[in-house]
Design a protein around this ligand. Structure first.
Ligand SMILES: Cc1cc2nc3c(=O)[nH]c(=O)nc-3n(C[C@H](O)[C@H](O)[C@H](O)COP(=O)(O)OP(=O)(O)OC[C@H]3O[C@@H](n4cnc5c(N)ncnc54)[C@H](O)[C@@H]3O)c2cc1C
Ligand code: HEM
Length: 391
């Protein structure tokens, strides 16, 4: 019932929350458009989680979520306010269906969530976020930036994981970026950022950020990390989805496996493989890795991109025996996962992070891999000959 009137419920929830607790407004992004677009994440999560309370994985998830909410400056004092606005929004949206019994059930369910989140926040020994200084900024063409950050305190993570990032240039806006290197002795980390047209944080990170500025990084997360099984390995990446693969390859170089390793890297054209010199040097030093760059021939039909990927993957033998790591834009991952399934890859040996496919990114309809490959308007690609260190 609430889902059918979700837009109304969300508007009511935030109006109620901000009216009764004006101080809470500053925890949320500034721009009205941004708030409009982002704010249903919190509301959707609240309603979704309540309806999945029996699930065993939920409590650990909520404890981590509570720990991570400290980066939004959320304290234990805010939970009661959010709870009463949630109940008020549900009551007004449900009409006569909002009986005392239903109210009691929701109220108890919210309390279970709030308790798990506040307990997770209180028990965490991590800081709410890590401050990290921008110490290097490489720009590839107009729209790709590689940032090296020096966290003030060491950031513990596993190669392949990502962090949420915030810049004071875009207050209260957090976005996830993969860490593109294995841990280094000096603790610096690299981010590979591809600018989205109109994108708030990616534009700031690629075009505006200056050396010496401080970014905030959340606790690392994500399940795209190497399983050290004795199986052949395949990495498939597109765009800046290359970043976590690079981190895992660095980890592999420290402990070279006695098994076959293959990398498939998709890019819009050969000129757009911004890290190719590094990959070629790595392949020469490592020996056991085969690299396939997948780029469509200039001016060819968009379906050719999909066909090339399918052919390249089809040439790789014994998919059921492989561990496969997949990273890139959501549409790319969706289509490639289907392709791999057809080739016989085992779902339990296919590793990737879940990336929600944004309706706006799809223009309201499914975007084919070929379209993404050849005609996707953003992010813009780059020309490596423009490569010039900044700052
Ligand atoms: C697990 C994970 C890891 C990620 N790692 C990286 C990484 O290593 N490097 C990297 O560059 N990005 C990465 N991303 C994407 C990143 O988190 C941001 O979504 C991206 O930078 C856009 O943020 P923004 O604030 O610039 O744009 P927003 O202000 O959020 O978006 C602006 C507009 O662009 C649309 N939009 C958002 N994303 C896309 C898209 N992909 N294609 C087309 N339109 C879009 C939005 O719907 C909106 O209309 C990762 C995402 C996830 C979930
Ligand atoms: C049971 C309680 C809660 C649940 C299940 C919940 C869930 C979530 C989820 C899943 C997100 C998106 C996570 C992300 O983007 O990293 C989120 C974001 C957020 N939450 Fe919560 N939350 C809860 C309570 C609160 C409270 C009490 C506050 C305090 C005001 C709060 C403030 C925020 C803010 C500011 C964001 C970021 C919104 C944005 O980026 O636009 N949350 N919440």
């Amino acid at each position: 019932m609430v889902e059918r009137r979700a837009e109304h419920a969300v508007k009511f929830f935030y109006s109620h929350l901000f009216w009764h607790n004006p101080g809470i407004r500053r925890l949320f992004p500034d721009s009205a458009g941004e708030l409009e677009r982002q704010r249903d994440r919190l509301f959707a999560a609240l309603t979704h989680v309540v309806s999945h309370l029996e699930n065993d994985t939920l409590l650990p998830y909520l404890r981590d979520l509570g720990r991570d909410h400290r980066k939004f400056l959320v304290g234990p004092e805010h939970y009661a306010a959010v709870g009463s606005s949630l109940l008020a929004a549900l009551a007004t949206t449900s009409g006569a269906a909002w009986t005392p019994e239903v109210e009691k059930a929701w109220s108890e369910a919210y309390q279970v969530m709030a308790d798990a989140m506040t307990a997770g926040a209180a028990a965490s020994e991590d800081p709410p976020w890590w401050d990290a200084e921008v110490v290097r900024h490489l720009q590839y063409g107009e729209d790709i930036g590689v940032l090296t950050l020096s966290p003030r305190a060491p950031l513990p993570y596993r190669p392949g994981q990502y962090v949420s990032v915030n810049s004071p240039r875009v207050p209260a806006v957090w976005r996830t970026y993969s860490l593109a290197n294995a841990p280094r002795p000096d603790h610096t980390v690299d981010l590979h950022v591809s600018r989205i047209e109109g994108g708030l944080l990616s534009t700031a990170l690629v075009r505006e950020i200056q050396l010496g500025e401080t970014l905030r990084l959340s606790a690392p997360a994500g399940r795209l990390t190497l399983r050290h099984a004795d199986r052949p390995l395949t990495f498939i990446a597109a765009g800046t989805g290359w970043a976590p693969v690079r981190a895992m390859l660095e980890e592999l170089a420290d402990h070279p496996p006695d098994r076959d390793v293959r990398l498939f890297l998709a890019a819009r054209d050969a000129a757009h493989l911004y890290d190719r010199p590094w990959i070629d040097a790595y392949a020469a030093a490592f020996g056991r890795i085969g690299v396939t760059y997948i780029t469509p021939a200039p001016g060819r039909h968009r379906n050719e991109a999909t066909a090339r990927l399918a052919t390249a993957l089809g040439n790789r033998a014994l998919w059921p025996e492989q561990d496969v790591y997949l990273s890139g834009p959501a549409v790319f991952m969706e289509e490639t996962a289907l392709l791999l399934e057809e080739l016989g890859a085992r779902p339990d040996r296919l590793f990737h992070d879940t990336v929600p496919v944004s309706g706006a990114a799809r223009g309201g309809r499914p975007l084919g891999f070929g379209e993404w490959f050849l005609h996707r308007p953003a992010p813009h690609w780059h020309n490596p000959s423009d490569r010039a260190p900044r700052g």
